[in-house]
Design a protein around this ligand. Structure first.
Ligand SMILES: [Fe+2]
Ligand SMILES: [Fe+2]
Length: 318
């Protein structure tokens, strides 16, 4: 803390020096608000993201596949928990964040509003959706808020397992019958573009980007992250022997990156606005799960109260 500078300047100096900001440190209100919005939105995405895949646990083609999918979906619940806890360190109670999700005020990743039509979709989600999540989350391990960055380190380790299990599903199917190969191609055709949209609109159309970059909440721009994902994924598509559904996708020798076609942002904004194929279904499932779990929360609170009384009694005896 240098008294020649204002609180705000000291804060920015710490960020510039790559210091992590911790829960009890002074921070601008807008930094706190941005983080609560971003981390809770991330947490919501983890738990809503369990729904499209949960549908396939009972339909997995073998015990091994069922176990892997189950473990993956449980990991996502864990990611939600770490992230709600990280957001709570900023002073917003979890119940408030959950209410915002249920009332439609808070958003979650648009990708989870698409349907999962067959088993190949489990492969495509692991490979593409978790693959995109990794690119985003590896960058976030260097985010300026300590609890968020530390949560990301563990989450990234689990995400790489998710991506591998997805790729393994697709690879196995791609070695199978013609019908199975067609299923792989069909699933990838449906998930490719929505996966690219996961990184959000181009930075020129993303109003909070510049401030988030200055505060190092964000470390790379949406377009940079998207490009990293594309560059990483195209060679993997070749291993699967599939075509990515973009005729303009080609390697640019000058930039050493893949050029890609125009993203349909109208579709993205439609899904964000609640008009995706599964928005209503997803939110209804979340609200039902929350209501069905009410008795568990009540029982936990009652048990904690009882334990408290017991501890007090033991203390007063001693
Ligand atoms: Fe996750
Ligand atoms: Fe994941």
């Amino acid at each position: 803390m240098d008294s020649r500078y204002s609180l705000e300047e000291n804060f920015q100096n710490r960020i510039d020096n790559e210091d992590k900001i911790e829960p009890r440190d002074w921070m601008p209100e807008a930094y706190r608000k941005t983080l609560v919005r971003q981390i809770s939105q991330h947490a919501h995405s983890e738990i809503v993201g369990m729904l499209p895949e949960g549908n396939w646990i009972s339909r997995a083609p073998s015990l091994k596949r069922k176990l892997a999918l189950l473990a993956k979906i449980q990991d996502e619940a864990g990611h939600g928990l770490y992230l709600y806890s990280a957001a709570e360190t900023l002073g917003t109670p979890r119940s408030e964040m959950i209410d915002a999700l249920h009332s439609g005020k808070a958003k979650y990743s648009s990708i989870f509003n698409y349907p999962t039509l067959n088993w190949a979709d489990m492969g495509a989600i692991g490979w593409l959706v978790d693959g995109a999540a990794i690119v985003n989350q590896v960058a976030l391990t260097r985010t300026s808020y300590g609890p968020y960055s530390r949560a990301m380190v563990r989450i990234c380790k689990e995400e790489s397992f998710h991506q591998r299990q997805g790729f393994d599903i697709l690879y196995t199917m791609s070695q199978g019958t013609e019908a199975q190969k067609n299923m792989v191609q069909d699933a990838v055709n449906r998930w490719w573009w929505p996966s690219l949209m996961m990184f959000g609109p181009s930075d020129t159309d993303s109003p909070n980007s510049a401030q988030s970059m200055k505060w190092k909440i964000k470390r790379l721009s949406n377009d940079e992250l998207r490009q990293k994902f594309i560059d990483m994924t195209v060679p993997q598509a070749a291993v699967l022997g599939i075509t990515l559904p973009d005729p303009e996708l080609k390697f640019n020798k000058e930039t050493q990156h893949y050029d890609h076609g125009e993203i349909n942002w109208d579709e993205f904004y439609q899904v964000i606005a609640g008009n995706g194929p599964c928005n209503i279904e997803r939110l209804a499932a979340r609200i039902k799960a929350h209501e069905d779990g009410q008795w568990v929360r009540e029982a936990a609170v009652a048990y904690a109260k009882k334990q408290n009384v017991k501890n007090q009694e033991t203390k007063s005896i001693a």
